[in-house]
Design a protein around this ligand. Structure first.
Ligand code: F0G
Length: 351
């Protein structure tokens, strides 16, 4: 069956107005990749899959929400959209706005957005504005500006973003035949975990697919939902989730609790180690995207999570290409050789 995008595939499950337009780049339908070796490294005895959301058109899961949010904004007659972003939302909003013929304005925290995201937002033609402040400051600004001006807000405070993003839960259930026992994912502004929980519950009501326990994972330097209060100056190498006041924090905590799951934090070192482990399986994700699996590994290691005989899915939210510098900084420049075969032979034999 030819794939026409999320809107087309899941329209009947989406709570969206009749005036919504279909603005698609054929997002969704991302691979659920079996990870037997990684499961073995974590102690084995369970099935592990990665939902690789980096395979979406702009390289992150945000496209699921944006196809629906931008389609609604266009149908409503909006001429411009705005968001605050740590990068991925910006690139996605820019691409879908371009597709819809809308103006896109994106606010980003100064100096804290990975190169591939910034370049993406610019390439798709958004007006990119840096704020001398954090993501949380930028979000507060865009919320206020949309209250004063007819510009559509496309952060995950917009309910149509969640409508789109919940389809990832549908896809996982469709692929596995039912919900996994555990779902692990990174948590930043907390829209995605909220959307997954909506999706799993809805599919369970319709198709009796069951419910997973949710393991939401924050970076230790930006873990307001774990420590129980906002973080004024969040810090983490996983810049995508460098957020101190998650807009959907309450709902995320409720989702974790209702699912008999939990919210935990992992260090940047654990995140980078998991990014490497995934790359060794051929799946290169940006740092934030490795947080869910890093959390899973930490819980198993500490004996807090018994996954024996269970099915576990982990969401890898964005592609490694988004943040090339985190890799290139850690490696010396490649060796330079004269364009001579004997030089190559000599080098290869010496190593
Ligand atoms: N992973 C990646 C790669 C992200 O870009 C984000 C959020 C998350 C996880 C967390 O998802 O916010 O729904 O809890 N990025 C937003 C942005 C904040 O602006 O691109 P969340």
């Amino acid at each position: 069956m030819t794939y026409h995008g999320l809107y087309s595939r899941y329209r009947k499950f989406l709570d969206i107005p009749a005036y919504s337009q279909e603005i698609t780049l054929l997002e969704g339908n991302t691979p659920l990749i079996p990870m037997p070796r990684l499961a073995h490294q974590m102690g084995g005895g369970f099935d592990l899959w990665v939902k690789f959301e980096g395979m979406n058109p702009t390289g992150s899961f945000k496209d699921r929400g944006m196809t629906i949010a931008i389609g609604e904004a266009l149908g409503r007659g909006a001429r411009a959209v705005i968001c605050a972003s740590t990068g991925n939302t910006a690139a996605s909003a820019a691409a879908y706005a371009a597709r819809a013929g809308l103006r896109a304005i994106v606010l980003i925290p100064q100096g804290k957005v990975a190169a591939g995201k910034l370049a993406g937002a610019a390439a798709y033609g958004a007006q990119v504005i840096q704020i001398d402040g954090s993501f949380d400051d930028a979000l507060a600004m865009v919320v206020q500006i949309t209250q004063r001006h007819p510009i559509a807000l496309v952060n995950s405070l917009n309910p149509y973003r969640l409508e789109g993003q919940k389809t990832a839960a549908f896809e996982i259930c469709d692929a596995l035949g039912s919900a996994p026992d555990w779902l692990c994912l990174p948590v930043g502004n907390a829209g995605n975990i909220t959307a997954y929980w909506m999706g799993f519950r809805q599919y369970d009501q319709i198709h009796k697919t069951g419910l997973p326990h949710l393991l939401g994972v924050q970076a230790a330097g930006a873990a307001p939902l774990v420590i129980g209060r906002p973080v004024e100056h969040p810090e983490t190498l996983a810049t995508a989730i460098r957020i101190g006041r998650p807009a959907r924090g309450e709902q995320a905590l409720q989702a974790a609790e209702e699912s008999s799951g939990r919210m935990i934090a992992v260090s940047d070192d654990e995140i980078l180690a998991m990014q490497r482990a995934l790359a060794q399986e051929g799946v290169w994700v940006e740092p934030a995207s490795a947080a869910g699996l890093a959390g899973l590994a930490a819980e198993i290691r500490a004996g807090r999570l018994n996954v024996r005989g269970k099915r576990v899915a982990a969401v890898c939210t964005g592609h490694g290409l988004k943040d090339p510098e985190i890799i290139t900084r850690a490696f010396p420049a490649p060796r330079l050789l004269p364009a001579k075969l004997d030089a190559l032979e000599e080098l290869l034999l010496s190593e």
